[in-house]
Design a binder for this molecule. Structure first.
Ligand code: BES
Ligand code: ZN
Ligand code: ZN
Length: 473
């Protein structure tokens, strides 16, 4: 999307978006803009309402913001307007930013408009959204200098759209190779290094735990390493994203919810989106990210419950349940990252457990860390943009859940309680006592229902959160 500031609407013909703060249902002063008068009887700026007026060859869309509004709500309101009023938009659209809008509010509005172009019907013969045309130019009226905020909003949304695509496209398209190719291309476009280990190289260096999970699949596992190294980087952050491109459960085959398991690479997609965004914004931080990508499938070569496998860290693992596969690929990602790159802070994102959904539902991700400063910084970044986190315990009292008699650890407690915590304890075992590590269990927030589609779909949770966290360091 291109944008252009205009001074007046004289001679403008097209659609005009006019966000309005709430006045009063009984206000005798009508809302007025561009010669259009709207009585409070039909519209007074109440949040989540809008009002259309066709006058002077222009379609005016008055958009209610309420009395005060948060970042996430602005984004959703503008996404709603772009997506649900698609028919009223031609090639000429003007947005009138309220004088009160701060930079992050401008950013949220622009991001929302762009996200509104997203259509889940990837394989349908749908007409593209007018805003999605690369020559589309959004005109805007604003008091101050807001170009920087606008450009940032565009970059955030573009990264989130990439993550939407990666998660929502089907698993016969988005396989491990697809993720590796995506990373390679993004690396070239945005300026970060990408190295990919296939099965042979992964075997040679000992990524045994990672490789066990992909054994039953016809698609070769890909261990993807990305490194964004700006000059004079202030700090070094490490990321790991769970990249299970489909989770059948393996031999412990899923009896419920399998159809949604293309979302099991949403942690990977968030990390990939964050790499695009961090490098697109040229943030002055080094970011090294690892995406272990494979498919958890069933065939004669599949790993089995009761198998004992090895890991990159040298710890042996007893397999209790092949459906607890995410932690197996993550631990090799974490160990490899920590051993070879020593980042100052390490964050992993994973659709790891159904248990976290049972605990926290769809409102926030589960956060696990022993570093309270890191916890606070992550929560603050999330709260600012509506990608919330809630901390759960990592007490050693839960450590016995992963004690194995035959191996160093087992991959599942076998108990129907505290599943998200014992999964986090398993990951912790492989973090070599790293002093600044956080695990985000995003199973409840990465893929869900919303007003924007009839079936569950990607949310891009984590892309902006991680970027904002890095920005705020
Ligand atoms: N991919 C699932 C977790 C999941 C659940 C993701 C719901 C998205 C939505 C994970 O690999 C899994 O199967 N977890 C099991 C672990 C159990 C077998 C120990 C679970 O949580 O039920
Ligand atoms: Zn699973
Ligand atoms: Zn899984």
């Amino acid at each position: 999307m291109k944008t252009k500031q205009i001074k007046t609407l004289d001679a403008f013909i097209g659609t005009i978006l006019i966000p309005v703060y709430e006045t009063n249902a009984k206000s005798i002063v009508p809302i007025e803009y561009h010669g259009v008068t709207v009585s409070s009887k039909v519209f007074y700026g109440k949040k989540d309402t809008h009002y259309l007026v066709d006058k002077y060859d222009c379609t005016h869309i008055f958009i209610g913001l309420g009395k005060e509004i948060d970042y996430k709500s602005i984004k959703t309101i503008f996404r709603r307007i772009a997506s649900k009023q698609k028919e009223v938009f031609g090639q000429t659209v003007a947005l009138v930013f309220p004088d009160q809008f701060k930079a992050d509010e401008v950013e949220a509005a622009v991001s929302g408009l762009i996200l509104g172009t997203y259509d889940l019907g990837h394989y349908k013969k749908n007409e593209a959204h007018p805003f999605a045309n690369e020559n589309f130019e959004l005109k805007y009226i604003a008091k101050g200098e807001i170009e920087e905020a606008i450009n940032k909003g565009i970059k955030i949304a573009n990264a989130q759209l990439e993550t939407f695509n990666l998660v929502d496209l089907p698993p016969n398209k988005v396989n491990p190779k697809y993720l590796a190719d995506w990373a390679t291309q993004a690396g070239k476009k945005y300026g970060f290094d990408v190295t990919v280990f296939g099965k042979e190289k992964s075997t040679e260096i000992g990524l045994h735990s990672f490789l066990s999970v992909g054994k039953g699949s016809a698609n070769e596992p890909q261990f993807i390493i990305m490194d964004y190294k700006p000059e004079k980087a202030k700090k070094h952050i490490g990321l790991v994203g769970k990249g299970i491109t489909f989770d059948t459960g393996g031999l412990n085959i899923k009896t419920a919810g399998m159809v949604q398991m293309k979302c099991d690479m949403a942690g990977a997609a968030a990390v990939l989106g964050a790499m695009q965004l961090v490098s697109d914004l040229q943030l002055p931080y080094r970011v090294t990210a690892i995406v272990p990508a494979c498919e958890n499938s069933v065939d004669a070569h599949s790993f089995m419950p009761s198998d004992v496998i090895q890991s990159y860290a040298g710890h042996s693992i007893e397999i209790i349940d092949t459906d607890a596969e995410g932690r197996l690929i993550l631990v090799d990602g974490l160990s490899y990252l920590i051993k070879n790159y020593q980042p100052e802070t390490v964050i992993d994102l994973a659709t790891l457990t159904g248990s976290v959904v049972g605990t926290l539902g769809y409102e926030c991700a589960g956060l696990f860390t022993n570093n309270q400063e890191l916890s606070q910084k992550l929560q603050q970044s999330g709260d600012a943009i509506g990608e919330r986190l809630w901390q759960l315990p990592l007490w050693d009292a839960y450590k016995s859940d992963i004690d194995s008699e035959i191996a160093d650890v087992k991959n599942y407690s076998g108990k129907p309680v505290a599943g998200a915590i014992s999964a986090a304890k398993f990951l912790e075992y492989f973090t070599e006592d790293h002093k600044s590590w956080a695990h985000l269990d995003i199973a409840g927030v990465a893929f869900g229902d919303s007003e924007f589609a009839k079936t569950k779909h990607a949310t891009a949770y984590g892309v902006h959160l991680i970027t904002k966290f890095i920005e705020n360091l």
